[in-house]
Ligand binder design. Sequence first.
Ligand code: COA
Length: 185
Amino acid sequence: MPLNIPSFGSETTVSLPEIHSDDLGEIHIRPAKIGDVHGMSALINNYASRNVMLARGPLYLYQHIQDYIVATTILKSSGQECVVGCGALNILWSDLAEIRSLAVHKSCQHKGLGKQVVEHLIQRCRELDMPRVFCFTLVDGFFRSCGFTDFKRELLPPVVWTECSKCPKFFQCDEISMLYEVLSL
Ligand SMILES: CC(C)(COP(=O)(O)OP(=O)(O)OC[C@H]1O[C@@H](n2cnc3c(N)ncnc32)[C@H](O)[C@@H]1OP(=O)(O)O)[C@@H](O)C(=O)NCCC(=O)NCCS
């Protein structure tokens, strides 16, 4: 069977679908699968292009697929499954994980879906006996409503900076670091 890796110049760009809220079916949250990568990429990179989150290319998404969960729905008009939300839990060390790539499609915002995705990722921490999870964010009000509190970034261990150093905002970071205590130590 031939490999499905595109040759240079033959990649197809996946743009974020316009979705009307009337077109949404029931929404399910589940672990991400390979076939979700295009939808996740479109969702994340649409926000990344507006500088509100870090871009993620297909290589990163395939390699980290096991970190991701997605919220999907079957569109009433086409019967097609569509990724309308995603989020990832990245394990950094024995006592620290990070929430990354949290995004909810515009058509589904302000209905509690973002909070549900975060709750699923926190539940995953519990299953792993992971005591703490943090995030860097511009939407501190959202994370506060999910139970996160402000946490001085200087107190985060050096392992965090490996990812930060890949970020275009590294020298001018405007994101707030926030922490959630999953298990009482
Ligand atoms: C941030 C985001 C994931 C929130 O998703 P959502 O589904 O609209 O959020 P919810 O409906 O679950 O909101 C949960 C709570 O957070 C609050 N909230 C939602 N968005 C907020 C925002 N931008 N600022 C402050 N509070 C916010 C809601 O009022 C709600 O409060 P309540 O529980 O007291 O009613 C979504 O707006 C998004 O994808 N934004 C663009 C990408 C982004 O910024 N991602 C975060 C990267 S760290």
